[in-house]
Structure formats: structure tokens, C-alpha cells
Design a protein around this ligand. Structure first.
Ligand code: MSP
Length: 656
């Protein structure tokens, strides 16, 4: 028996001049998953590429005075350079202009024509060129593209159509039989409600008004619709329809895909049109389409016109790719939208990387050097505190695996950090410096060894996310091969006797003010603020007479993190009549929150309620009990109601 296979894809990217951090997000997430599966022993195939046909590219190339291909080549090179810089471990990069792809697209079109699934008719309707998508009159929003809000054009031309309607019942059945096909689950509801229940229209799959694309072999004035062309990359890249038997064997080996990782804007194409195309080709359907959320910037969606596009290269140059990758995947629960803020980035890098992980390594190496000539000692007898650390490591491993299998990257990292933080606490509790001073050598050796073990386990598990630090740490501590593999995650399996070297800190602490200033400059937030400020002055003048607090800009509001939470437990706070204390599930972690609402509710009636939590409040102690956030409520006179959301909204969802 060979290894189990795992075929994972990113969307193929439009060759925009510059990809931003939102684009990088899809690819970094898919890379983390691919790396994780490799570590778990899978035979992984990870595909990415570029989507190079269509009217938009033809126009842009013409504007640049070039034929499409020479226009595209340097852009594709730039994109490949970006992935290299982010250490994206793809196995293949497909360009839809390659012959291995175009030839098969031609054949697929002919096959479906012959089968009667594609027929000739006339298209009359709206087209959004930037998104390359067709819309019905009723689907437009204020006469504009409902997806991106841009202008649409009216199009009337002879076109080929794909008989989507023929397959829709089978598609719905597939959804029912495979509840994990579209994730997160809310996106499936969206597909059913917005596109399938109103009646799925046949899809226009060819255009005649431009030239840049794969031509229909039997009717060459038609160019194959870019989405039909693009989606098939997932099978052409791995050898479907190839003349080479080895390539065809590769297709049989990896297909169906285990997961297509895509942004929420293109879930429709991947979970409706793509499976139907595959059904028409009599091919098995992918196991999962994961539609992640959007990374937004101050000012909302990133766009050139707003001047808030965040360049991943600049961030990588300043902070390193490990920090960048860590931030993207830790900051936002996968599936939800998140906002990039300079403060968020600097805090993550300072708290999680410099204070927690970096410091753990730094302290451990320093103590090994001072107390044992840099040599990792053999452990002696265990005590309860050692067992407790070992238990945290075992629990963290289980939780990381569960979270990774569910593609919950932020949860996996949060769980992994419970081990990192516990290890720091272990050092504080065991006080190796005191053991050294008092000559308790056997105990000192056990503690030092356990510190190293905690780092070894954390470093093995952080490998899907960071690609440079784990290599450096393993080298520094002398781990390789079996001692540095997922199968060696048990505490105590690490070697001893090797000499550890002192190195520069991997994650230096950042000067908060300086970095925020630099990031605001870099991300255009400054410029945005200035225009907002100018607008604010005018607004402020208008609204002087209104009651309430002074107006704030969206950037100030953005600093407040509101999330959906679910009350898991509720209890009175001893000795405090007004206070209730709750454990609130925020999806990625559970928080203890104390609230002065005991006079309005009994604890029991609140358990299970979905509430809105201010999630980034600094913790405070109320009557000696720590409160890590605040629950929102509306009050008027003697009545008070909690602000709630429907039960269908997942824990951790952002409220804004
Ligand atoms: N070419 C199509 C995909 C064809 S796949 C058969 C396309 N390309 S894209 O370049 O516009 O987008 C590539 C990926 O980046 C998509 O998954 C998209 O959702 C994602 N993102 C683009 N902007 C984004 C954010 N601001 N945040 C997160 N992801 C975003 O669509």
C-alpha cells in the first residue's frame, strides 16, 4: 500500500499587476495545509497557477501596446517570485496559456457539444468584465455587479450554453450526501438560497466579441468562457486528457481533489458550475470546496482607487515570511472576514512570537549555556509539574490535529500556543537558576531537558505555518530525522547529549510606535486617515448640535473587535450581588467574562445564549475575578436586554 494521497489546489490567479495580502492569504492557507498533510505522511499534490485568458487581459495588453503573451510573461514571473518569497511549496504551477491545458479544454468542449450538454443559442444579458461573470437583470444590485459593485455591460451575441439545469438535482443530492462538501456550512446555505432555489440558469460558455482565449475547435469564432477554461485547470494540470500515459496515470492517482481552497467570492463557480462540468464529463467530484473569508484593510476592501492595497512583499521584507505567514493564519478564524491593522500585526508579532515563542527559546538556550555548558542533559526522575507539562503537550497535539483536519488554522495555532505559554510558566515555576544555585543537579537536568522537549514539540507542530524558524531551531538544538518528525511528538523521545548553540533572537521585539508609523505609511492608512480626517472636520461642523459622543472615524471603530460568543457556563460571583461570571465560547478560544447583570437574569437562563462580546478589551479584575472581555447589552431605565444574534451565526463571527 502506498501513502494516502492528498490533492489540494488554490484558485488560479488573474495576472493582476500586483497581488495583495488577500491573494497571498488563499495561497498561504493552502500551503499550510499541504505542509501539514506531508508531515502526516500523505502523498501530497499542491497545485497553483494563473488564469490568463479573457477580455480583461486582451484589453490591458492592448493598452500596453503588447500582444497578450509577452504582456503576461513578466507578470507571471512576478507572481512566481512572490510565491517563492513566501516559501509556497507547490508541486506544479499551471498557466492556462500552456498547450497541455488549452488542448484539453478544446477536447472537453467538443466532447460536451457531442453529448448535447452544450448547445448553440443567443446570450442576452449583463456581463461584468473585471469578474468575468454573467448576471441576470434581477441579480444586479442598483444596476451594478452584485459581486464587486462595478459597472456591467449589456451583451447580446451568439453563444454556446451549458445545460446546467440538467444536472441540478444530482448536484443537490451530492450536497445532501456529502455534508462536508462546502465549508464553512453557511456558504452552502448561500449557494442553495441565492443560486439553486431561484432556478439555476444554463450557463453561457462562449464569447464572440473578443479573441484572447481557447477557440472552439468546431466553430473557431467562439472563444471558450474563461471560467469553463479556468476551472478545468484542476484536471488538466495533473494529466486529464493528456496524450502521455504517465500523465494520465498521475490524474488517476490524485483525482478527485481533496480540497479546493478558494475565497468566498468564487465559491459559486467551484461548488455549482465545477461539479456540474465534472458530472457531464463522468468524473468524480472534489471532496471539498473551502470558501475562506476576505482580508480587508482600513477603509474596507483593498483597492487601488482607495489606496489601501497592502503589498505582501513589503511586509515580508520588513518582518520576514514566517512572521507574515503566522500573522495571516493566526489573526482571523479561517472562513471569516478579518481586518489587517498595523496594531494587530505588531501585537501578534510582539506577544506571540517575541514574548512567548522567541523568549522560550532564548531563555532555554541561555540557561543550558550557563548551567550545563550548552549541553542538553539526560532527564532524571519526574515530578507532578513535569507530568502536567507533558499532559499539556499531548492535549495540544490532539487539538492541533483536530483543528488542522478541520482547516481551522487560527485554532490550531491558539492550541499550539497553550504549550508554548505553559512551557514558559513551567520555567517560572521550576526556577532552574535556583536549582543551579542550590546544587540540585539531577532536578536541574530534568527541568532543562523538559524545557528543550517542549520547544521540540512546538517546533515540529509549527512547521505548516513557519518555514524558516523551524529549520533554524532544529539546527540550533541538534534535531534531525526521526527526532524531528510528527511521529516523534511524544514527550521524552527527543535526544540528549548534544550541544546547543546560542544564536540571535529569531523573533526580535518590535518598537510598537515606530512600527505602526511605518506600517501606516506602507499600507496607505495614513493617506486614508488624512482624507477621512478632512471629511470628519466637515461632518463634525454639521453635527455639533447632536446628542451623544463625538463622532469617530471608521479607523477608530475598527480598533474594537466585536465577536459572536456563546455562553457555556454562568455563575454568581461570590460576595458580589451584582456580578455574574461566564465562560464564553468565542470559537477559537473560551473566555472568562464578568458582567454586572445579576439583577436582571438568573445564571441558568443565560446558558447557551449567543451574545456579542467586545473581544479585545484589556483584561480587568472585578472583585478578584478576571474578566477577559465585555458582553454587550442595551438598557433603558430598569430594563436590560442582551444584544444577541441568531443561533445559526457561528461562535467567533465578527460583528461590525
Ligand atoms: N481567476 C479567478 C480564479 C479561477 S479558479 C478556477 C480569481 N482570481 S483572483 O486573482 O481574483 O483571486 C484569487 C484568489 O484570491 C481567490 O480565492 C480570491 O477569493 C482571493 N482573494 C482576492 N482578494 C481577497 C481578499 N481581500 N481577501 C482574501 N482573499 C481574497 O478569482
Amino acid at each position: 500500500m502506498g501513502k494516502p494521497t492528498f490533492y489540494i489546489t488554490t484558485p488560479i490567479y488573474y495576472p493582476n499587476d500586483r497581488l495583495h495580502i488577500g491573494h497571498a492569504y488563499t495561497t498561504v492557507a493552502a500551503d499550510a495545509m499541504a505542509r501539514y498533510k506531508r508531515l502526516r505522511g500523505y502523498d501530497v499534490f499542491f497545485l497553483t497557477g494563473t488564469d490568463e485568458h479573457g477580455q480583461k487581459i486582451q484589453t490591458r495588453a492592448a493598452q500596453a501596446g503588447l500582444a497578450p503573451k509577452p504582456f503576461l510573461d513578466p507578470i507571471i514571473e512576478w507572481i512566481q517570485g512572490l510565491w517563492k518569497k513566501l516559501n509556497i511549496s507547490y508541486d506544479d504551477f499551471i498557466r492556462t496559456t500552456e498547450q497541455r491545458h488549452t488542448k484539453v479544454v478544446e477536447d472537453i468542449f467538443e466532447k460536451l457539444l457531442k453529448k448535447g450538454d452544450i448547445y448553440l443559442s443567443e446570450y442576452e444579458g449583463w456581463y461584468c468584465t473585471p469578474d468575468e461573470s454573467f448576471w441576470l437583470e434581477r441579480e444586479l444590485k442598483d444596476g451594478k455587479c452584485p459581486e464587486c459593485g462595478r459597472e456591467v455591460q449589456f451583451v447580446r451575441e451568439e453563444s454556446y450554453f451549458f445545460r446546467m439545469s440538467k444536472y441540478v438535482d444530482r448536484l443537490v443530492q451530492y450536497y445532501e450526501e456529502n455534508p462536508g462538501f462546502i465549508e464553512p456550512i453557511g456558504r452552502k446555505t448561500e449557494m442553495l438560497k441565492n443560486f439553486i432555489e431561484p432556478g439555476l440558469q444554463d450557463l453561457c460558455v462562449s464569447r464572440t466579441s473578443f479573441d484572447w482565449g481557447v477557440h472552439v475547435k468546431s466553430d473557431p469564432k467562439h472563444v471558450v468562457y474563461v471560467w469553463l477554461d479556468a476551472l478545468t485547470n484542476y484536471i488538466t494540470a495533473i494529466g486529464y486528457g493528456s496524450d502521455d500515459p504517465q500523465k494520465r496515470a498521475q490524474f488517476e492517482h490524485y483525482w478527485p481533489a481533496d480540497v479546493h481552497v478558494v475565497g468566498k467570492d468564487i465559491v459559486r463557480f467551484h461548488s455549482i458550475y465545477w461539479p456540474i462540468i465534472l458530472m457531464a464529463l463522468d468524473l468524480p467530484l472534489p471532496k471539498k470546496v473551502y470558501g475562506h473569508g476576505f482580508f480587508l484593510a482600513k477603509g474596507g476592501k483593498m483597492s487601488k482607487s482607495k489606496g489601501n492595497v497592502i503589498d505582501p512583499l513589503q511586509l515580508v521584507d520588513r518582518y520576514g515570511r514566517d512572521a507574515f505567514r503566522y500573522f495571516l493564519l493566526r489573526e482571523v478564524p479561517f472562513g471569516q472576514d478579518g481586518i489587517f491593522t498595523p496594531e494587530g500585526l505588531v501585537e501578534r508579532l510582539n506577544y506571540d512570537l517575541a514574548n512567548d515563542f522567541g523568549n522560550l527559546i532564548h531563555r532555554t538556550v541561555a540557561m543550558l549555556t550557563r548551567f550545563n555548558d550548552g549541553v542538553v542533559p539526560a532527564p532524571g526522575q519526574r515530578q507532578a509539574v513535569d507530568e502536567a507539562l507533558q499532559q499539556v503537550a499531548a492535549d495540544a497535539q490532539k487539538a492541533v490535529e483536530e483543528a488542522m483536519d478541520a482547516m481551522q488554522f487560527s485554532v490550531a495555532l491558539a492550541e499550539l500556543w497553550t504549550l508554548v505559554r505553559r512551557a514558559n510558566k513551567y520555567i517560572d515555576e521550576c526556577q532552574p537558576w535556583k536549582l543551579h544555585k542550590e546544587g540540585e543537579t539531577e532536578r536541574l537536568h530534568t527541568v532543562l531537558y523538559n524545557m528543550v522537549e517542549a520547544i521540540r514539540l512546538a517546533t515540529i507542530m509549527v512547521q505548516p505555518f513557519m518555514t524558516d524558524a523551524p529549520v533554524a531551531i532544529a539546527k540550533q538544538f541538534g534535531w534531525s530525522g526521526d527526532a524531528f518528525s510528527w511521529t516523534s511528538l511524544s514527550f521524552g523521545e527527543g535526544p540528549n547529549g548534544q550541544k546547543v548553540t546560542e544564536e540571535k533572537p529569531l523573533f526580535p521585539r518590535l518598537d510598537v510606535e515606530k512600527e505602526i508609523e511605518a506600517l501606516e505609511e506602507m499600507t496607505g492608512a495614513k493617506a486614508l486617515q488624512n482624507t477621512e480626517d478632512a471629511g470628519k472636520d466637515k461632518e463634525a461642523a454639521k453635527s455639533e448640535a447632536k446628542p451623544g459622543k463625538a463622532q469617530i472615524g471608521i479607523d477608530t471603530f475598527d480598533q474594537v473587535e466585536l465577536r459572536v460568543g456563546q455562553i457555556k457556563t454562568a455563575a454568581k460571583v461570590e460576595g458580589a450581588d451584582k456580578l455574574l461570571q461566564f465562560q464564553v465560547d468565542l470559537g477559537f478560544e473560551t473566555r472568562q467574562i464578568v458582567s454586572g447583570i445579576a439583577k436582571y437574569f438568573t445564571p441558568e437562563e443565560l446558558v447557551g445564549k449567543k451574545v456579542i462580546v467586545v473581544a479585545n478589551l484589556k483584561p480587568v479584575k472585578l472583585r478578584g475575578v478576571e474578566s477577559q472581555g465585555m458582553i454587550l447589552a442595551a438598557s433603558e431605565g430598569d430594563t436590560l436586554t442582551l444584544a444577541t444574534v441568531p443561533d445559526t451565526m457561528p461562535n467567533g463571527a465578527i460583528v461590525k
